[in-house]
Design a protein around this ligand. Structure first.
Ligand code: ARG
Length: 586
């Protein structure tokens, strides 16, 4: 028997096969977690099977146990199988299995190698953070960035062939007002000017206020838009510069937040690709003219049979929906996407439901290969007053201001903890801790819930926070530093058997990582990984407080050092997957 990376899954496959051979299809061999006092996993299928077959569940369980034994798939020095209660089958991984597992899966490289079968080369396009241009990033952009990045890192780690496609909002009626604003104020737009994006926001505000007041200004803005739409060179150049200004500013934030974007194909990229959408959807009878617009009614949907999905506006212009339809097709045809993941806030749920249903019908009718489509949506960040977080003047808080404040607050804490640390080192640590605190506070919440923003909570050194985890990691590093050893040393070579309850509990927690990957991937909810890292840190601390690492017996010492090294490597790997670069010292 091998040392399985993902024991629950292997037991499921192997025992499932044996159950089928022994009892036929009627036996439910699903593996569940068992009461940890007695075992790791449990199969309960003997009870319902016996009931249906009007026989004795313990006898059925015994028959199953015998078949498992006879199969030769389970080596009882590695996994003990026994019958419990009225006929449950318990599977318990032995301390030998745990030690061998820890010897085999040392850290990021071996974990990644083993985990790549989870997604196995699937071509996935992930769409985030996809901000709208001509505006500075604000607090609303935090969630798509941190959630999207964590998901894409985990998927990459687990073997997906990822492309991050940043679907920026770079086309729309607002450009008429922007261009009108620039021209009427004689503003010289230049992407190398650091305040250019702020200026654009201001120009937009005054421009749109004017357009509301005066019909002439409104007409002028509309003319600029029409000129842009018709390819007027001057307006096209201005539009390009506006995008560039936005891009320069976005890129700074992406770099600071460790966001990896592979391609940026914004809404404007699909301008010449929407005609095909109108044609195909009309041709198959999915889209119809309605009050001058082209719309899709999803006849078999309770709500969407009357709530239209507008794919071409009355004035003939394309919109968010038509662009998104063209985008799905492009991602399938050009990138070979088998799955597309969209990361946006929950208010766009209707849009994506209508999009996905429409794509389903359209692709079926045309015989196109359908990708899996997933909307990963998230809730709102609330202020202390329970409303969406805003500045005092009612504006959304700028993301840069938020990041700067997080870092400034972290710096104060770091300097208070270690007053004699050189300033530059403290600043570096504060940048990591501050940004990580903000990020982790977000990721550790179930993404579909709203959460209340609190500086004190996210920066606390206890509880499920980034500072707590970063500190736990730095502390394990210091154990190795003090001993003049490296966590990469080969402690497993002469490691004694795992023995104490704390050693066993820590080992169990460590080997649960594949389950956590599984769960996090199936729901695309990073808070599962956060919760695991927090528990791991706690289990490690219990172990470390109860079991001396430096002892006379070298085999015992090696075993404990191995446990320290694995706890460290797993925590570091987990943090990196969340987008947090751990520190060696704090
Ligand atoms: N730009 C949009 C917004 O700010 C998000 C785009 C999401 N992606 C998409 N393909 N619709 O709300």
């Amino acid at each position: 028997m091998q040392i399985w990376f993902h024991p629950a899954r292997e037991i499921q496959v192997k025992a499932g096969e044996i159950a089928r051979k022994t009892f036929g299809e009627g036996f439910d061999a699903s593996v569940r977690a068992a009461d940890p006092r007695f075992a790791d996993f449990q199969i309960n299928g003997a009870l319902p099977y016996a009931k249906a077959a009007k026989s004795n569940p313990r006898q059925i369980a015994q028959k199953f146990l015998d078949a498992l034994g006879a199969s030769g798939e389970f080596d009882n020095s590695l996994v003990e199988i026994s019958i419990a209660g009225p006929g449950f089958l318990n599977f318990k991984l032995t301390p030998l299995f745990l030690r061998e597992w820890l010897a085999k899966y040392k850290g990021a490289d071996s974990l990644k190698d083993a985990a790549k079968s989870f997604v196995n080369g699937k071509k996935i396009v992930i769409d985030f953070p996809s901000p709208n241009t001509a505006k500075q990033m604000h607090v609303g952009h935090l969630r798509p960035m941190v959630i999207g990045e964590a998901i894409q890192r985990l998927l990459r780690f687990c073997g997906a062939d990822m492309t991050c496609d940043n679907h920026i909002g770079d086309w729309g009626t607002n450009f008429g007002i922007l261009i009108y604003g620039i021209k009427s104020q004689n503003y010289h737009l230049d992407a190398s000017n650091p305040s250019a994006l702020e200026d654009l926001e201001q120009l937009y505000k005054t421009g749109s206020a004017k357009a509301k007041e005066s019909p002439e200004a409104a007409d002028a803005a509309r003319d600029e838009l029409v000129k842009l739409q018709n390819g007027d060179p001057e307006n096209t150049a201005l539009w390009r510069e506006i995008i560039k200004v936005s891009q320069v500013s976005f890129d700074k934030t992406y770099a600071r937040m460790g966001i990896t974007i592979d391609v940026t194909l914004g809404e404007s990229f699909y301008r010449d690709k929407v005609e095909r959408i109108y044609n195909e959807l009309s041709e198959i009878g999915l889209a119809e003219e309605n009050q001058g617009a082209l719309v899709v009614f999803l006849k078999d949907h309770e709500r969407f049979k009357t709530q239209p999905f507008i794919i071409r506006k009355k004035d003939g212009a394309s919109n968010y929906a038509s662009t998104d339809l063209a985008t799905v097709l492009y991602r399938v045809e050009h990138f070979g996407a088998q799955e597309i993941i969209y990361v946006t806030d929950g208010r766009q749920q209707d849009h994506f439901q209508q999009l996905f249903l429409t794509v389903g019908k359209w692709f079926d009718a045309k015989g196109y290969r359908k990708p899996e489509l997933r909307h990963v949506w998230f809730g709102t960040i609330l202020g202390e007053d329970g409303k969406a977080i805003k500045t005092k003047s009612g504006e959304p808080v700028r993301l840069k201001a938020l990041l700067d404040e997080a870092v400034a607050r972290a710096l104060k804490i770091v300097q208070a903890k270690t007053p004699d640390m050189p300033e530059s080192e403290a600043m570096n640590i504060a940048e990591t801790v501050g940004v990580a605190a903000l990020r982790y506070a977000d990721l550790s919440q179930n993404r579909t819930s709203d959460y209340t923003f609190s500086w004190d909570k996210m920066l606390a050194f206890d509880g499920n926070t980034a500072p707590y985890l970063l500190y736990a990691v730095a502390r394990i590093h210091s154990i190795f530093r003090k001993l003049n050893l490296s966590p990469d040393d080969n402690f497993e070579k002469d490691a004694a058997a795992l023995e104490t309850p704390q050693e066993i509990e820590l080992a169990r927690k460590l080997i649960a990582l594949p389950n956590v990957f599984d769960l996090t991937l199936s729901e695309l909810r990073p808070h599962h990984l956060c919760g695991y890292l927090y528990e791991l840190a706690g289990t490690f601390s219990t172990f470390y407080n109860a079991n001396k690492v430096i002892v006379d017996d070298p085999a015992t010492q090696n075993k404990r050092l191995m446990l320290c090294a694995r706890a460290l490597a797993f925590m570091e790997t987990g943090l990196r997957l969340l987008g947090i670069e751990p520190l060696k010292k704090m």
